[in-house]
Design a protein around this ligand. Structure first.
Ligand code: PBG
Length: 325
């Protein structure tokens, strides 16, 4: 029998060879950890559909931040649960709003941590939509002003980067303008450029109490069937001044990540969303999969598709896993 000249197994025979030719890497440097912040004292409530993820009060943030940084996770993205909601989402840009207080606390106690904020209204509106409602429709242009005010209030409180997730047209330009006018030229915008109207956000909407009270988000988030439209969305955000382009969700949209990677030179982020996290957790709890290994393989697949950055509820666990080697 004649063996083939090239035997792929030669380079797989031990871990040193395997490491030598490994094409994709994952490290805590690439990860952003989402944090849910709420009012009250000493609160640490586990979210039932997201085991291992907690809503915490502001007084617990510094301890959480230190734990992240000890693991090498130096980036967090904040989501807030306001005390009160109203039709126009005033809590999103209130000076003493939950996010503004959280940013100040973190920048005060753990200044080295990179604090990113989600800019959206759905957690702050009583109807749960990501913008202002006029005639039962989410009105694009009046929402832009509120989003810009919100982003500016985050920057004023000390945020290091803002991340608009509302999917209104023109929001990146509006936010860039407001930041620049107020001398926040150095605050980057990580745009949720390609955000699909996905059913994978279910657990998050429980966690952040932001489910729409009527209708759905298909009038502003993208149709899961579309690819070409992702390029149009990304083009617009690049023109408007985005610094990072995000694709969301991640695993069900690896093709989109890969295509954007080829087309754009900006850093690409991918949001491994709540439902994607919950599925792995649920199967692992049942003993059907090895949770740690599936977590690692999943995050690696997002990097392999071309994402530089991954937003994931697994950030701390992944950092621990990577440290173990
Ligand atoms: C706010 C927002 C959502 C998520 C991030 N920012 C919810 C939504 O658009 O309905 C989802 C994150 C996740 O599922 O983990 N607009």
């Amino acid at each position: 029998m004649i063996f083939p000249e090239y035997r792929p197994r030669r380079m797989r025979q031990n871990e040193i060879f395997r490491s030598l030719i490994r094409e994709t890497t994952l490290s805590a440097d690439h990860l952003i950890y989402p944090l849910f912040v709420q009012h009250g004292k000493n609160i640490n409530d586990e979210i039932s559909s997201m085991p291992g993820v907690f809503r915490i009060s502001v007084d617990r943030l510094a301890a959480e931040a230190k734990e992240c940084m000890e693991l090498g996770v130096n980036n967090v993205i904040l989501f807030g649960l306001p005390e009160k909601k109203d039709a126009v989402g005033s809590g999103a840009h209130a000076k003493d709003g939950i996010i503004q207080r959280a940013i100040r606390e973190l920048k005060n106690k753990t200044p080295e941590l990179n604090v990113i904020t989600d800019v959206c209204l759905c957690e702050y509106t009583d109807h749960g939509h990501c913008g202002i409602i006029i005639d039962q429709q989410v009105d694009n242009d009046s929402t832009l002003e509120v989003l810009a005010k919100t982003a500016l209030s985050h920057a004023e409180a000390g945020a290091d980067m803002v991340a608009p997730s509302d999917m209104m047209d023109g929001r990146v330009a509006e936010i860039r303008g407001a930041l620049d006018e107020n001398n926040f030229h150095n605050i980057p915008i990580m745009s949720y450029a390609v955000k699909y109207a996905s059913s994978f956000y279910g657990p998050f909407r429980d966690a952040a109490d932001g489910a729409p009270q009527f209708g759905d988000r298909r009038g502003y988030q993208m149709d899961p069937a579309n690819v070409r439209e992702a390029f149009r969305e990304a083009d617009l955000d690049v023109e408007e001044g985005a610094d990072i382009l995000m694709v969301k969700p991640a695993v069900a949209y690896l093709d989109i990540i890969a295509k954007l990677r080829e087309e754009y030179d900006l850093p690409i982020a991918a949001y491994h969303v709540s439902g994607e996290y919950a599925m792995i957790k649920a199967a692992a709890e049942k003993g059907w999969i090895d949770g740690d290994k599936v977590m690692y393989e999943t995050l690696l697949s997002i990097r392999r598709a071309g994402a530089d950055i991954i937003l994931t509820y697994f950030a701390k666990e992944a950092a621990r896993y990577l440290r173990k080697g």
